[in-house]
Design a protein around this ligand. Structure first.
Ligand SMILES: [Zn+2]
Length: 286
């Protein structure tokens, strides 16, 4: 065995291309190296190993590749604890660090419906990064106050994977030669699994619930995750939807996600939403 010595090539590794501030500022995570993300984070370009990882569709789907790439390009060890907003910013910054300022996007003109291919600049978008609030409050019509935080990358990834599985299971089911009853059983099973996961993800995003004071009792603050989960399980669909809508809004914060575009066919100006996902930012020709 060769003795481990200082590698003379150490000084020739890749260097950070830029530094970014993360939307969470480390506020919502249990990451030990919290200082890693509470200040400006160095962003390194992809290595060729990272590019290979991003081309593995299976690993990309369960988040494993993404987590590894984030660690490689930022030094953050537990990427799953980041907020989904942080991951969006990191992805865009890594794209910039690796391939430069230009990003090709496809959009549809809101006036004439033409499909347009155009190039936008990443740098101005990275200048719009903003730090999230400590919490977001929503008051339900029964006066309960919910304190919310953004989805973690872990939960966002779980939800995406579950939605994907759901779709492919349904597709298999529809084409499968089976009697209606066994189809129904399979469908119910996967539907219940998905509903349970949604409750878990929703509960994880609730920091606390405040029950306002009444004539008979003082204000009560519920922070116990088990109690919150039990409550979420039993709330009305309408209340759940109010919370989910707010969480979806929170999910979009932290960086500007729209760019103004001019249609080359009819000259009208409209806003295009940029999809923040690896297949849009990296050339993933499988
Ligand atoms: Zn047009």
């Amino acid at each position: 065995m060769a003795k481990s010595t200082n590698n003379p090539l150490q000084g020739y590794l890749r260097i950070p291309k830029l530094y970014v501030l993360l939307p969470s500022g480390g506020k919502f995570s249990n990451i030990e190296s919290i200082s890693d993300i509470s200040q400006e984070l160095p962003i390194y370009p992809l290595t060729s190993m990272d590019e290979t990882l991003l081309r593995n569709p299976d690993a990309l789907l369960n988040g494993e590749s993404m987590a590894k790439v984030i660690t490689s390009c930022t030094g953050i060890t537990d990427a799953y604890e980041l907020t989904a907003n942080d991951v969006d910013v990191i992805l865009l910054a890594v794209r910039y660090a690796t391939y430069g300022n230009d990003l090709e996007i496809t959009s549809t003109c809101s006036e004439c419906n033409a499909t347009l291919e155009h190039t936008i600049q990443i740098e101005p978008l990275l200048e719009t990064i903003s730090v999230l609030e400590d919490h977001y409050i929503i008051t339900l019509d029964n006066d309960l106050q919910c304190y919310l935080k953004p989805y973690t990358f872990r939960d966002a990834q779980k939800a995406a994977l579950s939605a994907f599985r759901e779709t492919s299971e349904l597709n298999t089911l529809i084409t499968k030669e089976a009697d209606e009853m066994s189809k129904l059983v399979t469908f119910n099973k996967s539907f219940i699994a998905m509903a349970n996961l949604n409750i878990e993800i929703l509960s994880n995003a609730i920091i606390k619930v405040i029950i306002p004071e009444t004539d008979d009792s003082e204000e009560i603050t519920v922070t116990d995750n088990k109690h919150i989960e039990e409550w979420v399980l039993g709330i009305s669909k309408q209340h759940a939807d109010v919370i989910i809508d707010k969480l979806n809004d929170i999910n979009e914060l932290g960086i500007q996600r729209e760019v103004e575009t001019t249609c080359e066919k009819c000259n009208s100006t409209f806003k295009t939403k940029i999809e923040f996902n690896p297949s849009n930012f990296f050339d993933l020709s499988f």
